[in-house]
Design a protein around this ligand. Sequence first.
Ligand SMILES: NC(=O)c1ccc[n+]([C@@H]2O[C@H](COP(=O)([O-])OP(=O)(O)OC[C@H]3O[C@@H](n4cnc5c(N)ncnc54)[C@H](O)[C@@H]3O)[C@@H](O)[C@H]2O)c1
Length: 255
Amino acid sequence: MSRHQLLQGKTAIVTGAASGLGHAIAALFHDQGARVIVADLNGEAAEAVAATLGGDAHAVQADVASEASIRALVDATVSRFGAIDVLVNCAGVPQVYTAIEDLDERHWDRILGVNAKSIFLACKHVVPHMKQAGGGTIVNIGSIVGVRPKPGQNAYCASKAATIALSQSLALELASSHIRVNVINPGAAETPMLGGFLDPAKTSLEDAKKLFAGNIPMGSLIQPDDIAEAALYLASSLSKQVTGLVMNVDGGRGV
Ligand SMILES: NC(=O)c1ccc[n+]([C@@H]2O[C@H](COP(=O)([O-])OP(=O)(O)OC[C@H]3O[C@@H](n4cnc5c(N)ncnc54)[C@H](O)[C@@H]3O)[C@@H](O)[C@H]2O)c1
């Protein structure tokens, strides 16, 4: 099979696709023949990405932490493209260093809502369509801090650990329905989110990049295309016997 046909005829929802890793995933999937739903809270940016991709890409404004919004996203996808073969849960929010005694409940709920509850909601509403079609693939974007936590990113690390455990539980639950569920744990990646992990009053973005890269054994930040290539492997038949995998794409940071 040509590398340009890996997702031919498939329909993929990519959340958080207006920026960073999600954008790179949506672009590569589209390039590989998929019909792509570019889903994001930032509807305007999602429209711009879908317009750049061109035919068979469609933007949907959605808040992944809201069940009503996820239901509307799934309905919009099915009514436009008739199926959902691939789901990539990529939308997320970062956390700056916050001492546990300073972490308020609203902040905890938002981070867990966008990064973890979203995966429950999207799977809940997408899986019935995949079961009806006889299978599908789900790729969830975790983080290396889900297995190698950092101090002060308490809620963020918890949200990513939840992502990993939920994905592996679903991999077992859905295996007999031919729905594969895998996780990618990116290391520090060069996207707009990176600055959101540090207080800009204390550290400039350029210094932050150096700091993060310095903690990566291979010495450089992860690029969005590195994650998109991994997602393509997990979403396509290249990985047809792979489920429940937690794939660190992190330059060795998790070792
Ligand atoms: N950048 C990194 O260093 C890094 C490292 C490890 C894991 N990750 C994870 O990768 C994923 C993508 O991050 P990124 O670096 O591309 O960030 P990004 O900020 O570039 O993109 C995140 C996108 O998610 C969207 N989003 C935020 N809240 C949303 C919501 N409630 N509903 C729908 N969309 C929403 C944003 O509008 C944005 O377009 C996240 O899950 C993040 O936690 C990032």
